[in-house]
Every structure is written in C-alpha cells, then in structure tokens.
Design a protein around this ligand. Sequence first.
Ligand code: PMP
Length: 326
Amino acid sequence: MDYAKNMLETIGNTPLVKLNKLTADLPCLVLAKYETFNPGNSVKDRMALKMIEDAEADGRLKPGGTIIEGTSGNTGMGLALAAIVKGYKCIFVMADKQSKEKVDIMRAVGAEVIVCPTAVEPDDPRSYYSVSKRLGEETPNSWYVNQYDNPSNARAHYESTGPEIWKQTEGKITHFVVGVGTGGTISGVGKYLKEQNPNIKIWGVDTYGSVFKKYHETGIFDEKEIYPYVTEGIGEDILPKNVDFDIIDGFTKVTDKDACVYTQRLAKEEAMFLGNSAGSAIKGVLQLKEHFTKDDVVVVLFHDHGSRYVGKMFNDDWMRKMGYID
Ligand code: PMP
C-alpha cells in the first residue's frame, strides 16, 4: 500500500505550474513553485519541521516541551502540525495587522495565540519580537524558535525546495524570484541553485515600508525606509540573519495595492487561489521584464493559500475601503 505514516511525511514535493495569462507579455517561460500543496497550505511547513528536528537532535527541544515563536501565521501552522504529531505545546505571538483568519487557524490546531501591536518599534517591550523572546526566557521547558536567525530555516530550503526546483526544471532554470521575509526561502534555494549553476539570477521581492532593497543596494540600514504596510509575510524592519544578501542579485519593491490587485488576478485569471505575497511575487516578475529573454526559465515561488485572506483582498468591500478598487 502507498500511504504516508503521518501528515509530516506529506511535506514537500510540490508541483511546478506554468503561468499562462498574466505573463503573456513576457518573452520567457514562467513557472510557479506552488507551495500551498503542503499540509499546512504554505512553504513554511518545510522549515518548521526542519527547525524542530534540528532542535530535537541537539537537545534544545525536549519531550513534552513548549514551542514559542513570533509568527505571521504560516510558520505557526507548520510548527503546530509538527507539534501535534510529535507531542509538543505551542505558544505563538502575532502582530495585530495579520488577518483574523490566521489567528483562528492557529487556535484551530491547538496553539495558544497572543496578539501584539504592529505599530511599535521592534525593541519596544510590546512588540511581537520582544514578547516572544521574553516568553521563551520565562516559560519552563520551552524552546524559542526564532525563525529570523535560526539557520535550520534556510537549510530546509537548501535541502528540499532548491533541489526540487532544480530537478523539476531539469537544470534549465535561469531566474528565481521570491518574496523575502525571514529570508529563509530565498537564501536556501538561492544558495543551492547557485552551487549548481552560478549564472542563475536570484531576485528578492520586497515591500514599500521595508529595509531590504535599500540595504542590498547601499549597505545602509535606513530607518526612513521603515513605515507600516499592508502586505503580509514579506518585508522587514530588521535584518534577519537568514537573509544572505551575497547570493541575492537584486530586489524589486511592490506596492500594497499591486500586491492585492495581482493576488485577485492570480485567482481569476490563472485559477491560482493564493495569499497576498503571491500577488507581490508575480507583480515583481512583471516588473523585472527587461531582465528576461526568450530562452529564460523563470521560477516564482508562491508561499501560501488564499483562504487566509478571504476577509481582505478577496473581499471587495475591503478593497474599496483601502482605495485599491473604485
Ligand atoms: N510570504 C508569506 C505569506 C510568508 O508567510 C512568508 C514568511 N514570512 C514569506 C512570504 C517570506 O518567506 P521567508 O520568510 O522564507 O523569506
């Protein structure tokens, strides 16, 4: 019989799917690495499991322990699924700009969720970085995951996502384009692909309100680049250790409005029901048009599922309230 021993064995080996309509004006083939086929409906299942396995292996996470993390939802989902199978408790700290669906989903899979204000400095004691760090110090038999600086995050993508893309494209990939949050996806996949073929170009998609693009271009951490934004999952007001700026060839920034409009278009024109950062990623690909030629094979990674955003860009009242549609 052909079956998985538990849900964790279904992580990875996601499909690669051609985009047809949205990319019609590009000269090249554009393929989506479609990560919502993971059991938690996002790419983050891969790194969540890897971070847990590495922490178990070196004793940071002990039997019956509590997993603590600041998460925008997808990492939490991956951690929660692994915790159920492996017998751990979870406490997640989220920023209040994240969609309500994400909080409800975390609770549905048994996690305790603490919601913190978005509009405070990262070192403010109320910020979700500070609260998750403090809980990690105060809770007995707990492990603070810290996906931003945890090297197992990028390693998961180096060991699974990168090799899958290389194999699925038969080594023909020329460009990889992906949204950047913790940096785990771009750094792990980018490192693996460049080791196979150093000519492959790695492009990060950033948001307005985030520091990455300017830092990559100038080496300056410019606080003027930081302001609140709507896009979820990508962009940061810190420099996570998981962002390997050396393997990234460039960043392109996508507006909140474009991210939402293109997330809707992916659903309506490509039958791809995806989250907010997929809209940013495909708009990023379109913005990079001048970098592509006829024989190029561009892979864009789509991180998470549209069901987490039904109250936002898939709701026209919300789109109108935000001024994104008339
Ligand atoms: N999109 C979504 C929806 C995410 O949850 C994340 C993770 N923060 C990203 C993109 C960025 O991925 P990474 O953290 O690996 O850079």
